[in-house]
Design a protein around this ligand. Structure first.
Ligand code: IMP
Ligand code: MG
Length: 338
């Protein structure tokens, strides 16, 4: 599986960071590429420590993986450099010369936009404003900043050469299918296409190079910001079910709803995954907590996973059972063959 793409199947916050960090530790990819921008926070917990990364690829937990930021991604220099230190990734992190740069003016412009902030519920990180400038061809890119000299590489070339050598590359998608500018619940969406095809174009690899697409679902659905959420629960009910979460970037409480099979089917259609990862199975079945082998999962949890596989006609291969990157039931060998 030389090129593996990880994509969110709901409204973001499905646990892509956890899945990608697990892949980093288990598969030891040569390269992990981050797409999207700093509005998307990925939480990684490993060895008793938790990081909230907004631009560094979640594979950073594996010291041998080269970390790259896609040309289609947007970073903010202060956020990026802080995370380089926090994740101890200096020396193995690279930025494409074409990666876009968000400046303070973009953040200010976005935060003074009532429509974006109030009606849409933007995270206010300047991502939409910088994207506007990019489309209008006035955004400054990574190559224009002295602070990033020395960290610049040709990411599409590096990725394609690694694939030619038979190396493993993990591409880390951000946000979820239904936040897509094209395929989501417009106008309550983010400023980019979050589906598999959009993610690929941000990196600069052909669709023909993709071997595996892992679509990530959480065992229930959450959403921050405005927009429809079918089956949305009352805040009291969210507490009662133990599904309370806060936004990684904004700290806002996340709205929550039970798992939605219709949405999942549409996400499968739009992304055509080869595999599904399901996170937080322990939120539905507490007996699953911390389990790392299929046989150790409670029978009702196994049944739920099997029924989901059958309903979506895609194998569920990775099952998250706790916060730690390694709290994962990995069924890839059994299901997909060696
Ligand atoms: P913006 O992309 O920051 O302008 O936010 C637009 C909408 O997408 C808002 O509803 C945000 O809450 C949502 N959003 C953006 N990024 C993420 C994310 O990483 N996770 C969850 N929601 C997000
Ligand atoms: Mg998130």
């Amino acid at each position: 599986m030389p090129l593996t793409l990880v994509v969110g199947g709901q409204f973001g916050d499905e646990g892509k960071g956890k899945v990608v960090s697990y892949l980093g530790l288990s598969d030891k990819p040569s390269i992990c590429v981050r797409t999207g921008s700093i509005n998307a926070g990925h939480t990684v917990t490993y060895n008793g420590r938790t990081w909230k990364v907004r631009i560094i690829p979640s594979c950073f937990v594996n010291q041998s993986t080269k970390l790259m930021i896609a040309p289609g991604a947007l970073l903010k220099i202060d956020v990026f450099l802080r995370e380089v230190e926090e994740t101890n990734s200096r020396g193995r992190v690279w930025v494409d010369e074409r990666t876009g740069v968000i400046e303070d003016a973009h953040v200010e412009r976005e935060r003074s936009d009532e429509y974006l902030m109030r009606t849409i519920g933007s995270t206010g990180q300047g991502v939409g404003a910088a994207t506007m400038d990019r489309v209008m061809r006035r955004l400054r890119l990574a190559r224009d900043f002295q602070e990033l000299r020395g960290l610049i590489t040709d990411v599409p070339l590096a990725v394609n050469e690694e694939l030619d050598r038979g190396g493993l590359v993990v591409v880390e998608g951000t946000q979820g299918t239904f936040l897509s500018l094209y395929h989501g619940t417009y106008p309550y969406v983010t400023s980019r296409d979050t589906t598999a095809a959009g993610i690929l174009s941000e990196v600069g690899v052909s669709p023909r190079r993709v071997d595996d697409i892992i679509l990530v679902f959480k065992s229930y659905v959450t959403r921050v910001g405005a927009g429809e959420l079918p089956g949305e629960l009352s805040p009291e009910e969210v507490v009662a079910r133990g599904w309370v979460e806060r936004g990684t970037v904004t700290g806002r409480p996340r709205r929550a709803a039970p798992f939605n099979l219709d949405l999942a089917r549409r996400a499968v259609m739009l992304n055509r995954p080869t595999q599904i990862a399901i996170t937080k199975l322990d939120a539905l079945f507490p007996g699953a907590r911390g389990k790392r082998r299929w046989v150790d999962l409670p029978p009702e949890a196994r049944r739920w996973v099997e029924e989901l596989s059958e309903a979506l006609k895609v194998p569920v291969t990775l099952i998250g059972t706790g916060e730690d990157s390694l709290d994962m039931v990995d069924m890839r060998r059994e299901v997909m063959g060696p």
